[in-house]
Design a protein around this ligand. Structure first.
Ligand code: HEM
Ligand SMILES: CC(C)=CCC/C(C)=C/CC/C(C)=C/COP(=O)(O)OP(=O)(O)O
Length: 300
């Protein structure tokens, strides 16, 4: 039978491990990695090389997790002020700043090394630039200073398919930039839907999110506008013959639902509706990228 000390040690190890895992914002990063992996498959008519697929996925995942942990480090005071974020490891005092900095540096360093050695230097540099874009430019400079923070900062969140593409081809092609553009235009309705029903929290935390600085009505209208721009953007892969009818049909359905949410948010807003639109935005991106993948291999 295990001793009481052993049981205690195991449970305290798993508690600490869970705190570090939480720092990496695992669910957001899961979708980021999913989009990067799809970028890898779309970059070649065959299958991606196994080493590039595995090392690329691992490297991008580690650097994205490190970026999320760095964000938690910088924003610990802000996170302590918001109900949504106050249970994170730093505001709860489960981990301190030094532990987080060491963790982020180690995980990010290993990720960058894997990309450099087992993938290619281009992917490593682009991923490092994405880290800087999110952890430094978005978190430190844009987020506290401008309501366009998430629009401009969305560029780093939009990089994953470009990283996946670069991993496989050692280049950045127009197709990869179209995938970038899709996530870039998707980010504002994704985030502003949440910001609309969390406006008070953002105001209390002193963050200039669009509904705080420009009001609910203005933001609601912009969510609607962006869902329309997003629909137009998602037609580009079909228009440039990168994707076929399976993708087109999926995109039309997904966009119709998203525009429906955008319209209702504009004309008939409720917090419940915004919550549903936010949840839908995540499913939207996952299904749209899944459709790109299926379409790539299944010819109609
Ligand atoms: C600047 C860009 C972005 C901003 C400001 C943003 C903001 C947010 C916020 C505030 C949440 C709420 C998390 C929570 O409930 O605690 C969230 C959730 C989420 N975001 Fe984003 N996001 C961005 C980009 C992205 C990107 C690029 C992806 C994936 C490709 C993504 C995927 C997700 C997912 C999957 C969730 C749900 C997480 C969960 O259920 O715990 N986001 N996002
Ligand atoms: C290297 C690489 C691929 C990096 C990806 C960068 C990355 C992790 C982007 C995700 C965007 C994200 C978690 C936004 C959350 O916004 P927020 O930080 O304002 O949310 P919060 O209020 O929940 O902290």
């Amino acid at each position: 039978m295990p001793s009481v000390e052993k049981v205690k040690a195991v449970s305290s190890f798993s508690h600490v491990a869970k705190q570090y895992w939480t720092l990496t914002k695992p669910r957001v990063v899961a979708l980021i990695v999913f989009c990067a992996v799809i970028g890898m498959f779309l970059a070649t008519p065959d299958l991606p090389n196994a080493q590039v697929l595995i090392a690329g996925t691992l490297g991008i995942w580690l650097v994205a997790g490190a970026a999320a942990a760095f964000n938690c480090l910088v924003e610990q005071q802000i996170d302590a002020k918001m109900a949504r974020t106050r249970a994170r490891p730093l505001p709860r005092g489960e981990l301190n700043s030094v532990q987080t900095l060491v963790f982020s540096s180690l995980v990010g360093g290993v990720g960058v090394w894997i990309l450099y050695v087992f993938v290619n230097p281009l992917t490593m540099w682009l991923t490092l630039a994405t880290f800087v874009g999110y952890a430094i430019i978005y978190t430190l400079l844009l987020k506290p200073n401008t309501p366009q923070n998430i629009v401009i900062g969305g560029a780093s969140g939009a990089m994953p398919p470009v990283l996946g593409w670069a991993a496989v081809t050692n280049s950045v092609s127009p197709e990869a930039l179209v995938l970038f553009l899709i996530i870039f235009v998707w980010t504002p309705p994704h985030f502003w839907a949440l910001a609309l029903y969390r406006t008070q929290e953002y105001a209390r935390a002193g963050l200039p999110m669009l509904p705080v600085t420009h009001g609910a009505a203005f933001t609601q209208f912009h969510v609607f506008l962006y869902t329309i721009m997003l629909a137009a953007t998602t037609l580009i892969p079909f228009a440039m013959k990168m994707s076929g009818l399976i993708y087109l049909a999926s995109a039309v359905v997904l966009n119709a639902i998203f525009i429906g949410y955008g319209y209702k948010i504009w004309k008939n807003y409720s917090d419940a509706l915004a919550k549903k639109a936010f949840t839908y935005s995540i499913a939207y991106l996952a299904f749209l990228f899944a459709a790109l993948l299926v379409d790539h291999y299944v010819a109609v």
